[in-house]
Design a protein. Structure first.
Length: 159
């Protein structure tokens, strides 16, 4: 049975043209990423830090070129670059502190590896078996073994 034009899609090969069938393959396919999106407060502080660092680097570059040319603007821009370096350091530390505070407040999602999961399962099984086993009778101490009295009695009858 011959396929119609709609069954084959536009052009017969890819099926992504204007007359393509609904079953045609999409051009845009979302791939799942390995990392999740940063929390909003962390992302805001990261954007702020990047902008501060960019302005500071631009200021430092302009100050360098003005110093090379001997301009009077070199001193104010150099002082601005020094102040910008301090502020940029604060911005980067702000990102780290905000991220740590977020993790402490909202918890870190940990996914144990299959090895850890298996060991935890074995420990649970061993604890369940120990609980279900009948209790052992009290042990009779052998001669010369401490019986839990400390210090040992002084009058042992020897001597």
């Amino acid at each position: 049975m011959a396929k119609t034009y709609e069954d084959r899609g536009a052009g017969g090969a890819g099926g992504t043209g204007p007359g393509a069938s609904p079953r045609a393959r999409n051009l845009w396919v979302d791939q799942p990423t390995g990392r999740r999106r940063m929390p909003d407060p962390v992302r805001v502080s990261a954007v702020r830090a990047v902008l501060i660092v960019a302005v500071t680097l631009t200021d430092a570059t302009i100050a360098f070129f003005l110093t090379v040319t001997g301009s009077w603007l070199a001193l104010p821009l150099s002082l601005g670059a020094i102040a910008g370096t301090v502020v940029a350091t604060w911005g980067v530390l702000d990102v780290l502190i905000t991220r740590q505070a977020w993790n402490q407040r909202h918890g870190v999602l940990s996914e144990p590896s299959s090895t850890a999961r298996g060991r935890r399962r074995e420990r649970r099984r061993a604890r369940a078996e120990a609980r279900s086993a009948p209790p052992l009778p009290p042990r009779i101490p052998v001669r010369g073994e401490a019986t839990g009295i400390w210090p040992p009695p002084t009058g042992t009858g020897r001597g």
